[in-house]
Write a protein that binds this ligand. Structure first.
Ligand code: ATP
Ligand code: MG
Ligand code: MG
Length: 537
């Protein structure tokens, strides 16, 4: 029997593949909307991380983080649509689009072409955007998604196309004027179009996060939604379980994962209410609309209906020829791809036996790939993580992102090593980390350790430890003796058999040593000094 795919746009050509895919995505009831199936497809616009625009050779402002960049500074005559100017394709943008497409396992098209999409709006000086409507650069890919506590699934990528970004327009309601800044006009974008394979707001959120990680890993885009280098249009439909997919509504220009998930949730509730209020279940459909999202009310609102949809009058751009890509060029880019996020995930799981939660922490840091593991196998895989968690905590307290952070991956690695080999204690490690973030310098953590005298006081050092000097033994002894003298009542309680009180004496030693003492060793030494070599049970 042939089972055909009922989803529009499904590109899996053979029925077996279709069946396998849809079997993999069996309907799971969601308590928030029982009996209803949610279908989501996402169009993602990612700004390409090239220093120059897609066709004009002008510098892009996107890579130069100058908040006070004056408007209309990076504008060539082509960006401003002066008559007679001609486009010249930036091959760096093409290479970066190929990197994205290969990471998403797409079929790269050896021949693709550019088309004009016409609409009249002030952010588009020429009256059309150059995009790839008829023959995009890549087709048929997939992105593997891992939701917490469930097996991975894949979202099919329908196509990837190269296109121009628009200018930025800001409306001043007081003066009733629009200001146009052409700095962004003509910068390169890749539009990554997913098939409608997502089934909940959370899956949509994870799709975008995973895509961000891929784009950053291959260096194709910053993928930063807040700064506008990644923007999503989400398409949402709902249908009763077992019935055909509903009519999609498209919510435009969402600029954070949180807003995107809120927009989908509101849309599901809105569409379901329309369908539930109908008398004739089978003939009622949600009107196809393009909608916006109100960040204050967390609701979507109608921008235009299908009837008002603009006719873009797509036509091949006569000024641009066919983009021909050789197999050699594609292979060379393929060979230069770095390790991808899911490969890193597998490696961290297999080599370091890290938990999924810890792997998430490492992979979710901005440009998480910077957190280098140098190949040294950590016995229990636990050493690096407390420091990484601490680093993230410190950065968020300082309102900084991982990318802003002044600590290089090399120095973070050295700091972790210092803690792991016992040169400094975990407490000193955290102190050192705070100190380095507050006082950035080119000094290595080991030098700062010496400067701040943070070397650990460890008495019962194991043979592998690096600082078992008799000087530290003496210092530790002196600190323990001083604590014993200062706390006679506690010492008496320990002698009377109340062993828990030892911790209070140990706490004092730790404080006096500014966290440099090894707590386990101090405890053993204090017990030894109070009780002598006798009863330690
Ligand atoms: N029934 C459906 N429910 C939800 N999403 C859907 C449904 N059918 C298709 N989609 C999604 O809608 C999106 C269509 O995007 P596409 O770029 O192909 O066309 P478009 O939105 O018409 O064009 P434009 O690029 O001008 O916005 C895809 O992401 C697809 O997965
Ligand atoms: Mg689209
Ligand atoms: Mg669309």
């Amino acid at each position: 029997m042939t089972v055909l795919c009922r989803l529009r746009h499904c590109h899996l050509s053979t029925p077996t593949l279709c069946r396998r895919f849809h079997d993999a995505r069996v309907y799971k009831e969601d308590k928030r909307w029982p009996g209803w199936q949610v279908v989501v497809g996402i169009e993602t616009h990612a700004q390409i991380k090239s220093r120059r625009k897609l066709f004009s050779g002008e510098i892009t402002d996107t890579l130069i983080p100058e908040p006070d960049e004056p408007p209309n500074k990076h504008v060539s005559p082509f960006d401003a649509a002066f008559p007679g100017t001609l486009p010249k394709l930036n091959s760096k943008c093409v290479d970066l689009a190929i990197r994205t497409a290969l990471a998403l396992k797409c079929d790269i098209q050896h021949r693709s072409s550019f088309d004009r999409k016409h609409y009249f709006y002030s952010d588009l000086p020429s009256g059309y955007q150059i995009t790839q409507h008829y023959a995009p650069i890549a087709l048929r890919g997939q992105l593997n998604i891992q939701m917490p506590n469930s097996s991975p699934f894949f979202v099919r990528i329908k196509q990837i196309q190269l296109e121009q970004d628009t200018a930025k327009s800001t409306f001043n309601p007081r003066k009733r004027t629009s200001n146009i800044d052409l700095n962004r006009a003509g910068a390169g974008l890749t539009e990554i179009v997913s098939e409608p394979d997502l089934r909940s707001p959370e899956e949509a959120g994870m799709y975008v996060r995973t895509l961000q990680a891929v784009l950053r890993a291959v260096g194709a885009s910053d993928g930063n939604m807040e700064q506008g280098s990644l923007r999503c249009d989400v398409n949402v439909s709902v249908n009763r379980v077992g019935r055909r997919p509903g009519t999609r509504c498209e919510i435009k220009n969402l600029n954070s994962v949180k807003f995107m998930m809120a927009a989908i949730t509101h849309e599901i509730i809105r569409q379901r209410a329309i369908l539930e209020s109908a008398n004739d279940l089978d003939s009622c459909t949600v009107p196809q609309e393009t909608r916006g999202f109100d960040e204050n009310t967390f609701e979507t609102y109608r921008l235009r209906s299908k009837e008002d949809a603009p006719d873009y009058r797509y036509m091949p751009d006569p000024n641009l020829g066919v983009l021909v890509l050789s197999q050699d060029r594609i292979r060379a880019i393929h060979d230069s791809l770095p390790e991808l996020p899911w490969e890193i995930r597998d490696r961290l799981r297999e080599m370091y036996a890290l938990s999924e939660r810890d792997i998430d922490v490492l992979l979710n840091v901005d440009s998480g790939r910077e957190v280098k593991f140098d190949g040294e196998k950590d016995v229990d895989g636990s050493g690096a993580l407390p420091m990484t968690h601490e680093l993230l905590g410190q950065l968020s307290a300082r309102k900084e992102t991982f990318a802003d952070n002044s600590l290089t991956s090399d120095h973070l690695g050295e700091l972790i090593d210092l803690v792991q080999n016992g040169t400094i204690t975990g407490t000193s490690g955290k102190y050192l980390l705070r100190y380095i973030l507050a006082n950035p310098s080119s000094l290595r953590p080991v030098q700062i350790t010496q400067q701040l005298q943070l070397t650990s006081l460890s008495l019962f050092s194991s043979p592998g430890h690096s600082n078992p000097t008799s000087k530290t033994d003496q210092e530790l002894n002196t600190l323990c003796q001083a604590a014993i003298t200062a706390l006679p009542n506690e010492v008496a309680a320990v002698r009377a058999g109340n062993k828990n009180v030892v911790n209070k004496i140990v706490g004092r030693v730790m404080r006096e040593s500014r966290g440099r003492a090894d707590a386990k060793g101090v405890k053993a030494l204090v017990e030894e000094l109070i009780l002598g070599g006798g009863d330690k049970s």
